[in-house]
Design a protein around this ligand. Structure first.
Ligand code: 13P
Ligand code: SF4
Length: 307
């Protein structure tokens, strides 16, 4: 349902009053996507937030994304409308456990997916997103890599860098690992035989093998626009199909209906408006964590987007 014009006007007035912008991840509910000034994948949201000429960022996504914006733009007030919106995969690793693994492999470089908490990033050498993971790993001269926390993304990257020894943390995204399966994709393919199957690299290796293409959410958008195919089965969080249908309305995007990230849906229009009115809850991080976590994130931003 489209956001009503009165609400849009109210949001606009509040944004002007506070010099605020609303940024949102591609998995946000449709009404949040509709009011966002900037919509993107985790890499775009991290890099573009730095360039925004705004005093306040209302960050609509899960907690690590809002933290990343704060770490890279510490002078801005970053507001996360629902602090309980957290990525369960990011909670699968703690700084203590990572320190223990580092002690066991002192010659390894630590690469952490951006889906980690700030204190885990503070123990990391370089971050990556699914949009630049291969490029980040290729930039590292060392052979041994500790990759946290997503084992599926780690195994996917390993296919492109056989010369590296990637030790994967045992983390995963439940939405991608458990809800997007080969039988589910096969049944959608039977219903839509001409469709291309596109999946996110957080999916399991058998799903990756079954798919026609593997992309980050940014890559999915680029591919949908440029491909000659008209129908796509989307093996990722289902709201990506809303994003795609807005940007590429002439094509058809079929979701895996069960693939829902409940945490992304904890951000609601009501909470966003309350955040704009009160400028809270604000992301605040201890200064030492903020400074340590900025180093691997800046390295990632400097590498930019890969394939
Ligand atoms: P993207 O970086 O591809 O947008 O993915 C983020 C994410 O959390 C996927 O589950
Ligand atoms: Fe985390 Fe998965 Fe949700 Fe992405 S889709 S935010 S990885 S739980």
């Amino acid at each position: 349902m489209a956001v009503d014009p009165e609400t849009i006007l109210h949001i606009q007035e509040l944004k002007e009053k506070h010099n605020a912008v609303i940024i949102a991840h591609n998995y946000q509910p449709p009404e949040i996507q509709d009011i966002a000034d900037l919509l993107g994948d985790s890499l775009a949201l991290a890099t573009e937030a730095i360039k925004l000429d705004a005093d306040v960022i209302i960050f609509c996504g899960v907690n690590f994304m809002a933290e990343t914006a704060k770490i890279l733009s510490p002078e801005k007030k970053v507001i996360h409308p629902e602090p309980k919106s957290r990525c369960p995969m990011a909670a699968m690793i703690t700084p203590d456990a990572l320190r223990q693994m580092k002690a066991r492999h002192p010659d390894a470089v630590v690469v952490s997916y951006v889906n980690t908490t700030a204190d885990v990033k503070a123990e990391t050498d370089i971050c990556c997103t699914s949009g630049n993971a291969v490029k980040v790993i290729k930039s590292i001269p060392e052979k041994k890599i500790i990759f946290t926390p997503d084992k599926n993304l780690g195994m996917y990257i390993q296919r492109f860098v056989p010369e590296k020894e990637i030790m994967c943390w045992d983390g995963f995204c439940g939405t991608h690992q458990n809800k997007i399966t080969v039988p589910r994709l096969r049944s959608l393919k039977e219903q839509h035989p001409g469709a291309e199957v596109i999946v996110h690299p957080e999916c399991t290796p058998d799903v990756i093998d079954f798919a026609d293409k593997v992309f980050s959410t940014y890559g999915m958008l680029v591919h949908a626009k440029t491909s000659e195919t008209n129908t796509f089965i989307m093996g990722t969080e289902k709201e990506m199909c809303y994003r795609l249908s807005q940007d590429v309305p002439e094509k058809t995007f079929i979701p895996v209906a069960e693939a829902v990230c409940q945490n992304m849906k904890k951000i609601t229009l009501k909470k966003v408006i309350a955040s704009l009115e009160n400028l809270e809850p604000e992301i605040n991080l201890p200064m030492d964590i903020l400074e340590k976590a900025r180093i691997p994130l800046e390295r990632m931003v400097n590498i930019g987007r890969g394939k």
